[in-house]
Design a protein around this ligand. Sequence first.
Ligand SMILES: [Zn+2]
Length: 469
Amino acid sequence: MTAARTLLRGGRIVSMDPTVGDLIGDVLIENGTIAAIGPDLAIAEGSADIVDASRHIVLPGFIDSHRHLFQALMRGLAADWSLFQYFTTMFGMLGPHMTPEHMSLGTALGAYDSLDSGVTTVFDYSHNQSSPEHTDEAVRALQASGIRAVFGYGGAMSEQLEILSPPFTSTTPSNEAEIRRVRSRYFSSDSGLVTMGLAVRGPDSSPLDVVRADFALGRELGLRINTHIGMAVLDPQGRPNVTRLHRAGLLGDDLIFGHCNLLTDEEFRLMADAGVSVSVTPEDESAMGHGWPPITQLLKAGIRPNIGIDTCMAVGGDPFTAMRFALAVPRGLANQQSLENGANPWQLELSARDVLEFATIEGARALGMEDVTGSLTPGKQADIVMIRTDHISMTPVLDPVASIVHHASRQTVDTVFVAGRAVKRGGALIAADAAGISRRAVDTVGELLEAAGVTPGWAPPPPPHPGDH
Ligand SMILES: [Zn+2]
């Protein structure tokens, strides 16, 4: 639906904007933008498409600040792998065999999976740019999908592979000419639905001169810079790497640090002072060996985190599960500590609204898009999700925020708009090519696994030098 005006009538609005608040009312969309929100908006008859939202919660689209979309092609393969089994197999075996077509299919699958579950904006941490054709295909798939995205250019798989063998650091300089080509070819303006960012190896995985060059290039080109840091025992150069960045004058509010599980309170304070954003990916961090999501420590330092899925090789792609992990894990850790001190927990850490903020407005802030998306606010883009309240898993809705976080699922996501364009209606994804992409993915992934020597259910061997990590 691309009508110039659409009115969502009579929904339970959870705006995530403190000025707008929560209300039962209408949302008017004009030319892709939220024009007005109110209890009973008066519009001339026939001047807008009317959508009955009376049996829906209406909320802003979710924002995923850290997802490797292309890995949706290998969905579930890493379900029982540790982080280091994943590194060994993804970087050493699968990645080098991925073709430009695989990048296209995986990126499209990941984008549609995101949209179907209500994620309207994603930072695509795309660290398999092994040739210009890989990049071209990934960018085109993202642009064709209809999702709002930051394409995080992440370098060649061979750069990632360097991390697995001595000296366990990736010294190859980033491909500056290629990054400049991508910027000017696809992202000469920042006004498109898909914009560009950098997904760099960072100080845990590359020497400081590489980090310095990457950050300088990103800043010259005006790109958000995302990197994995402080997860597992990855850095061979010794911690604390955030302190090294601070001393080098490299911290800034254009940085998004993913994971940060093992960073110290002092490092979190340095990051807070510099305005660094933090992406936690609570489900795979909890399971794979990154360390616990550091949500309580971040809040103590004054950083409100945002949320990512990370990899659909290991976990599912919906934001509801991620929010529930983001709530349950800090609570569980605090409760356990209290119990071990001989006291039953009386109050719980965090709230459902906190994690809903992490998955919406905080993600927008991290991506520098707080004026564009992340809340239902007049003037922002109409990135909107409608969740059914009459689904058996949802009714009765007594507290809409609790219902979103604890009871909703992708099955209850009825309608999704990105910039006012419906990408899901009546519970069905609107994507003419989704069935074809799924078929091609099924057809080609077998060849990829065969070429890589990986079979589903197979457990990779330990990393080559586990004692050195
Ligand atoms: Zn990641």
